[in-house]
Design a protein around this ligand. Structure first.
Ligand code: UGA
Length: 436
């Protein structure tokens, strides 16, 4: 099928390349000329495992092209819209400027029978608002939320857990659902559930899923706070409750909490939208989820201060990690970088390392010292703080090796990803989060 993808960021670039990889002919459109030039040359504009390969293959075969000219979408049967919906500068709501602009720019190039498939995460009610203008061109709007995780974006796009399409309740909606079914045929043939809903449900599925995941993380972090005053161990608690299949162990990793371009802004936008709908009380708990999450960053900083005897002033601190999670170079709302900034603000001599995110981190926090080499960060440090659980820190760093480089013997494990017993046995002051 011929497809277009409007917006070539984390979502759109992956979607375009993934759709080409399953046999479609795809044109990606973005207003950012530098991004288009990079994509055309086969360069992924951000780190995402597997993206580079499918990008190169799609471009080489001629089935994947990129342009800044919206007119190039003409002739595509389905137009995906995957532009960003960041948090507004002065509040909690989602900024719909990019979605509105993309839709407005797309309209003149739509033909009767075309499908416009919104993928961006939007406040419930957005699709219904945009549908009339799309319908006036003879095209049909559907909402097809995306559930990909950064770091696994290619795999999640080609082989998702489920597909959800919100459609209007008329014949055009039924036809649109069938066309989307053809787009995703390879996944559906493998048994991926394909759910057809109304607009509001599809929009809500996305924010509800992210709200649930954020709540699960903050729940275990709340338990970590209780564990800290009772001497309990939150990692054992998580293992024990996680054995209950109704609860499950995934997303019960206590530590410095969640960040990134999705979970934090999505729960805030959900709260803002619920307030507008007169149902603020229904999701009031999300404010608490946010507050617990942000408190854990402060807690990690306090643990470093305590472990260094009450002050970090002029102490050399190696911060392992800047990305909001491993397998990503994304530092948007990164708890890891936030901890580094706070330590620096308290007078510590901080050096941050990350295998992928240093360039992005430098752009937003230029005052910090950076290195891409883990061992350079560890050299002469008084303390090491693990804030992103890359394998290089979690699995491959031994206490003896760290000791051979560092001055101090303090390790603060902001992700509870190290083996406390091993580090303690080697003579370290190991400090976890929510652990005795
Ligand atoms: C999240 C959702 O998981 C995706 O399903 C969704 O499509 C995406 O947002 C989106 O809306 O686009 P992502 O932001 O890539 O994906 O990252 P996650 O894997 O969900 O991790 C989010 C944060 O939670 C990270 O900072 C991670 O370190 C933290 N986390 C995760 C924990 O603190 N504890 C855990 O147990 C798990």
């Amino acid at each position: 099928m011929r497809l277009s993808v409007v917006g070539c960021g984390y979502l759109g670039a992956v979607h375009a390349a993934a759709m080409a990889s399953i046999g479609h002919e795809v044109v990606g459109v973005d207003v950012d000329r530098a991004k288009v030039a990079a994509l055309r040359a086969g360069h992924a504009p951000f780190f995402e495992p597997g993206l580079q390969e499918i990008l190169e293959r799609g471009i080489a075969s001629g089935s994947l092209t990129f342009t800044d000219d919206m007119a190039a979408v003409r002739g595509a049967e389905v137009h995906f819209v995957g532009v960003g919906t960041p948090q507004v500068k002065d509040g909690y709501a989602a900024d719909l400027t990019f979605v509105d602009a993309a839709m407005r720019d797309l309209l003149p190039f739509l033909s009767p029978g075309d499908i416009v498939a919104g993928k961006s995460t939007v406040p419930v009610g957005t699709a219904a608002r945009l549908a009339t203008a799309v319908k006036s061109t003879g095209a049909t709007l559907v909402w097809n939320p995306e559930f990909l995780r950064e770091g696994f974006a290619v795999q999640d796009t080609i082989d998702p857990d489920r597909l959800v399409v919100g459609v209007p309740s008329d014949d055009a909606g039924a036809r649109a659902a069938e066309i989307l079914r053809s787009v995703y045929h390879p996944a559906i043939a493998k048994g991926t559930p394909f759910m057809v809903t109304d607009y509001a449900t599809a929009e809500l599925v996305k924010v509800a899923a992210n709200a649930f995941l954020a709540t699960k993380i903050s729940f275990i972090n709340a338990m970590a706070e209780i564990a800290e005053v009772t001497g309990a161990d939150v990692t054992q608690l998580a293992d024990a409750i996680g054995h209950d299949t109704r609860i499950g162990r995934r997303f019960l990793g206590a530590g410095i909490g969640f960040g990134g371009g999705c979970l934090p802004k999505d729960i805030r936008a959900f709260s803002a939208r619920a307030e507008e709908l007169g149902r603020g009380a229904s999701v009031a708990f999300l404010r608490e989820v946010d507050a617990i999450n942000l408190r854990r960053r402060d807690r990690a900083v306090q643990l470093v201060i305590d472990a260094l005897g009450g002050s970090v002033h002029r102490k050399r601190i190696a911060v392992l990690g800047a990305a909001f999670k491993p397998h990503s170079d994304d530092v948007r709302d990164s708890p890891a970088l936030d901890v580094a900034v706070q330590l620096h603000g308290r007078g510590a001599d901080v050096i941050v390392t990350d295998p992928q995110a240093v360039e992005n981190a430098k752009k937003v926090q230029p005052q910090l010292e950076y290195t891409t080499q883990r061992d350079d960060a560890l050299r002469d440090a008084d303390a090491v703080v693990v804030v992103t659980e890359w394998d290089d820190y979690r699995r491959d760093l031994t206490p003896d090796h760290a000791a051979s480089l560092m001055v101090g013997r303090v390790v603060v494990d902001g992700r509870n990803c190290l083996d406390a017993r091993t580090w303690r046995a080697a003579g370290w002051n190991y400090v976890g989060m929510g652990r005795p």
